[in-house]
Design a protein around this ligand. Structure first.
Ligand SMILES: Nc1ncnc2c1ncn2[C@@H]1O[C@H](COP(=O)(O)OP(=O)(O)O)[C@@H](O)[C@H]1O
Ligand SMILES: [Mg+2]
Length: 446
């Protein structure tokens, strides 16, 4: 992509309405535009990151054996009357009437609809286990939409639903989701800690929220700081192996980590003092086992091996896809702008031409562009007729993790400069070596 032909409406001034750094940088880097309170257009740069995040979520869900589908944003109210939630949901639900005066709503979540799909098509244990998920826009008429995409009214969410024949199988599905989420966040360069969450009216303790530590987070968190060192890393997981998956969940949930809703001061005090931490976190996901709450209300049953008919066991599991952009920026930025982790960056590398119009510099930039494209890595080439300082400032703001700087002086010695956005360190090397290095770096991420 050539910057001269792209649409990157960068703002010079700090937007007054942005209270936190991620919101400020998303506006300044031309990633989003607010269209109404808590409702955003995704401009090209923001859209690219959103799609990267979505892609990672899809890959990790499918790796765990979960099946994608797509349900609509608009739902008939009657489904929600069956579960009793049409009246319970209150003012957060956006209610709409169609031309025939039928009650509709813009879905805030999809338990009822997925249960309806299930009961229409599945009736035997032989079709289980089954986990269906989608990534779709949701609407919740939040009282206080704020912090940009972090707490929107319209937001993009992955929501998945497991259907199992008994509680043990449903808890395995719960554990599978936990592990797949850990891997998902790690690929995005995030440390998201599973924390025991409030069980609500359903009871039991089978719900966890995933929190990214950040001072601007909306939740207060209490944790043993040794949890932040736990990593899945490159280990292979057999998602069908119940014991293995459960073992990983134990590893990540044994150390104390809770939000203010479930905090237990007596337990907390047992942590060695130098590991006891209080902070704030951003909720980027939640998993939930709720058993037969919806299947009983809506008549979703299966026939078991011994011929009896039972309501299917379920759970639901969400990832805040659009919120993740904000969370990643909160966790990874400096005073010049965003620093994208390689896993989610909108472009793997930027090319800065120090002397646009210089035949050698132009040719070298075009050569780099071609060589990177041939390796499946699309660079953002700043080919504008601008001062070097302005080009660097734009690259720093939009946060591409790597930059190749090309100028006549270096080229006379056969070198370009490769710079890390994170460390600021530069290294001179031949254009070919720079391309190889970038390819090597991204081999681990794509
Ligand atoms: N208003 C919102 N704006 C952006 N993301 C949201 C919003 N509400 C929820 N999410 C994301 O969707 C995920 C799943 O939603 P859920 O747990 O049902 O939400 P909540 O915890 O607000 O009830 C949350 O973990 C969060 O990351
Ligand atoms: Mg939640």
């Amino acid at each position: 992509m050539r910057l001269s032909r792209y649409f990157l409406p960068v703002l010079k001034e700090n937007p007054a309405e942005a209270q936190i750094v991620s919101h400020r940088y998303m506006l300044r880097a031309g990633m989003i535009r607010q269209q109404a309170a808590g409702i955003y257009s995704w401009l090209p740069l923001g859209y690219r990151v959103l799609k990267r995040i979505e892609q990672i979520v899809h890959e990790e869900q499918q790796r765990a054996g979960h099946i994608p589908l797509l349900m609509p944003t608009l739902q008939p109210a009657d489904l929600w009357r069956e579960s009793g939630r049409y009246d319970d949901y209150g003012q957060e639900m956006l209610r709409i009437k169609d031309r025939h005066e039928r009650d509709m709503l813009y879905g805030p979540t999809n338990e009822e609809m997925i249960t309806d799909i299930f009961r229409a098509h599945v009736s035997s244990y032989k079709d289980l286990p089954l986990t269906l998920y989608h990534i779709q826009w949701k609407f919740r008429d939040e009282m206080r939409p704020r912090f940009g995409v972090m707490r929107g009214r319209e937001f993009y969410m992955k929501d998945g639903y497991n259907f199992d024949v008994d509680k043990a199988a449903a808890l395995h599905a719960y554990n599978r989701h936990m592990v797949s989420y850990l891997r998902t966040y790690e690929r995005m360069g995030l440390t998201a800690i599973p924390m025991r969450a409030a069980s609500g009216p359903i009871g039991g303790d089978n719900t966890h929220e995933f929190l990214v530590l950040a001072n601007t987070g909306e939740s207060e968190v209490f944790y043993d700081d040794r949890v932040t060192g736990l990593k899945l890393g490159a280990r292979q997981v057999d998602y069908d192996d119940r014991a293995e998956v459960e073992g990983i969940c134990k590893e990540f949930t044994t150390l104390y980590a809770r939000t203010d809703e479930t905090h237990d001061p007596a337990l907390f005090d047992q942590i060695p003092e130098d590991h006891r931490k209080v902070g704030r976190g951003i909720e980027v996901g939640q998993i939930f086992y709720f058993g037969t709450k919806y299947s009983e209300a809506m008549g979703a049953t299966v026939v078991t091996k011994d011929g009896s008919k039972v309501p299917v066991e379920m759970g639901s599991h969400g990832i805040g896809v659009s919120r993740l952009l904000g969370a990643i920026i909160e966790a990874s930025h400096d005073d010049k702008g965003i620093i994208w982790p390689e896993g989610v960056t909108p472009f793997p590398v930027g090319i800065v031409n120090l002397k646009q119009g210089d035949a050698a510099a132009d040719a070298a930039c075009e050569g780099l562009e071609k060589a990177l494209l041939a390796k499946g890595l699309e660079p953002l080439y700043d080919d504008r007729d601008e001062r070097a300082g302005a080009k660097f400032a734009t690259m720093d703001l939009i946060g591409l993790p790597w930059r190749i700087t090309v100028g006549p002086r270096g080229l006379a010695n056969g070198v370009v400069e490769l710079t890390s956005r994170r460390t600021g360190e530069s290294e001179e090397m031949s254009p070919e070596a720079a391309v190889d290095r970038i390819a090597q770096i991204y081999a681990a991420h794509r």
